[in-house]
Design a protein around this ligand. Structure first.
Ligand code: 1HE
Length: 269
């Protein structure tokens, strides 16, 4: 597919630790620093922010994955030199900004995980909308034992996935969850055999990309915010979003397709 340079602006600005490609309307971003187990240095985090903040309008979904045996070993510990208080806050806020662009960006993101998904690597994965784990994946928050604290949004995103008690346990005791255990507690939505993650991620991204863009937008931007509201406001927000969605031309067309027997039924294959 030919894509104008303007639409693919972010692809030109990426650091060598990130590699972007496309499969039709799916953008694929690979953490590309296997020699350092895809540890996230500042340039990579800024590259993530640039990439997710500048997706072409022909992109329907993104697959994020990591080169090598490990998805990501988290924060690049060699960059964790002594910083002043304000500088440290700003550093953490830079991660928040970058990962916010993922969670609250333009299109859904499918994250494919293998090997270590630890510390900031888990924080990165938690910002995606769908997580696919290869059976080699394992999850940990070694911050507790390294004398630091999470700074890439885990305090907000992980309790939503696994609950505060489990996150506390991971940080206090260094507990490691393997792929199956992680799946059982909500860290992934899919588990696949080693080497199958990218194919599964692409298949899911393709499927997600077939939805009406306004529905994907509502799922990404409205659903998680309703979870943070009091029930009465949540119901009202849902009703508003439902009305906005069903009034959309694309929705009207899709509804007619079903009623006139042109659309697939909702049933297991
Ligand atoms: C690194 C990093 C890193 C590897 N920062 N350089 N994260 C951690 O505490 C996890 C630290 N990493 C590990 O425990 C292990 O590297 C792994 C279990 C992930 C992989 O082990 P292995 O045997 O395959 O590789 P390795 O020999 O340990 O590492 C290969 C190289 O990558 C080596 O460098 P080299 O120059 O000696 O070849 C490692 O030093 C380097 N490397 N991980 C820097 N993380 C926003 S706050 C978030 C806070 C956190 O993320 S804390 C969690 C940090």
């Amino acid at each position: 597919m030919s894509v104008s340079k303007a639409k693919r602006g972010s692809l030109r600005k990426l650091p060598a630790t990130l590699h972007a490609s496309r499969r039709g309307e799916i953008a694929i971003l690979r953490l590309n620093r296997p020699q350092k187990r895809n540890a996230l240095d500042d340039a990579t985090v800024l590259g993530l922010e640039a990439f997710f903040g500048d997706l072409g309008d022909d992109t329907k979904a993104v697959v994020l994955h990591g080169e090598g045996k490990h998805f990501s070993a988290g924060l690049d510990l060699s960059e964790l030199t002594r910083r002043g208080l304000v500088e440290s806050v700003e550093h953490s806020r830079m991660w928040h900004r970058a990962f916010d662009r993922i969670e609250f960006g333009r299109v859904p993101v499918v994250c494919v995980m293998q090997g270590a998904v630890v510390g900031g690597g888990l924080e990165l994965a938690a910002a995606a909308h769908i997580r696919v784990a290869e059976r080699t994946a394992y999850y940990a928050l070694p911050e507790g034992s390294r004398g630091i604290y999470v700074g890439g949004g885990a305090s907000v995103r992980l309790p939503r996935l696994i609950g505060t008690a489990r996150m506390m346990d991971m940080m206090l005791t260094g507990r490691i969850y393997d792929a199956e255990q992680g799946h059982a507690i909500g860290l992934s939505q899919y588990v696949v055999d080693p080497g199958q993650g990218l194919a599964k991620g692409l298949e899911l991204a393709q499927r997600v990309g077939e939805n009406a863009p306004h529905t994907n937008f509502a799922i990404m931007h409205v659903l998680p915010r309703i979870a943070g509201m009091d029930p009465a406001s949540g119901f009202m927000m849902e009703a508003l979003m439902a009305a906005i969605s069903s009034g959309n031309q694309e929705a009207q067309k899709r509804l007619a397709d079903f009623l006139e027997k042109r659309a697939a039924k909702t049933a297991p294959k």
